[in-house]
Design a protein around this ligand. Structure first.
Ligand code: ADP
Ligand code: ADP
Length: 224
């Protein structure tokens, strides 16, 4: 079952052609890695699929719904309820405790503080960062911060996890832990992952690889 698709996507930033006809599919319960050299358009492709960037041309469709046909409000609601995001740098809010950070997506969705924090605590325990609930992001290590960011991405029970270089700022030990955590949780919850990475070791956790070169999806290889 196809969950998410991008077809013939074109996107320019001023004179720069970031995507020049990129297409890819994400099935249910599938982990797809987007590989390619720096500047080839990987992040732009991910942002288009996630409804963060509007393509100049081409269609992004989630569960058969054209993202361009939705209002901004509908797209934000979709991002909040169905999508989770992990970036290279955790982007935790420094003024909030780790627990408050993880609870934030639920709070933004209208959940009461007590309920949001109870769910956040469960996820932090599950990901083995339960001991960090009271800490602020500045007081923990990069690897711990990325695990907290993973908990935050998962707390709403997303159907698709968008991970843009989630291990890019980590050493290989912590990187391995974070990618395993993402993959194991996705398998447990039935979520799909769209994973941008330039590390073959990280891409090896995917079911399928899409290679982007010069803004085009040149090769769609069956992996592993
Ligand atoms: P990758 O993720 O493969 O490194 P990106 O999708 O980030 O590639 O970028 C593709 C091209 O588009 C690059 O030349 C980049 O500089 C450019 N680009 C990406 N985002 C923007 C932006 N917001 N403004 C201007 N140029 C951008
Ligand atoms: P800009 O047009 O300044 O480059 P973006 O391309 O990032 O900015 O997005 C412009 C607007 O289009 C944003 O408000 C965004 O919410 C909305 N948008 C995002 N994804 C899509 C999409 N797939 N189709 C149509 N509009 C989208």
């Amino acid at each position: 079952e196809v969950l998410l698709s991008g077809t013939d996507l074109i996107k320019s930033f001023g004179p720069t052609d970031a995507l020049e006809g990129a297409s890819m599919l994400v099935h249910e319960n599938e982990i797809v890695a987007i590989l390619g050299p720096s500047g080839s358009g990987k992040s732009t492709l991910l942002h288009c699929l996630a409804g963060i960037v509007a393509p100049d041309n081409g269609v992004v469709s989630y569960r058969g719904r054209d993202l361009a046909a939705m209002t901004d409000k509908e797209r934000s609601a979709l991002r909040r309820t169905d999508f989770g995001f992990v970036f290279q740098f955790g982007q935790l809010v420094p003024e909030l405790s780790c627990l408050e950070n993880v609870a934030l997506p639920l709070r933004l969705g209208g959940a009461r503080r007590k309920d949001a924090e109870a769910t956040a605590r469960e996820w932090m325990d599950r990901i083995e960062v339960g001991h960090l609930t009271g800490k602020r992001p500045g007081e923990i290590s990069g690897g711990q911060g990325q695990r907290v960011a993973v908990a935050r991405a998962l707390v709403t029970g997303p159907k698709v996890i968008f991970a843009d270089e989630p291990t890019g700022a980590l050493d290989s030990f912590n990187g391995e832990q974070v990618i395993r955590l993402l993959v194991d949780t996705a398998r447990d919850t039935g979520a799909s992952i769209v994973l941008v990475t330039h590390e073959a070791r990280v891409a090896a956790y995917s079911d399928r690889e899409v290679v982007v070169r010069d803004g085009k999806t040149r090769q769609v290889a069956l992996a592993h």
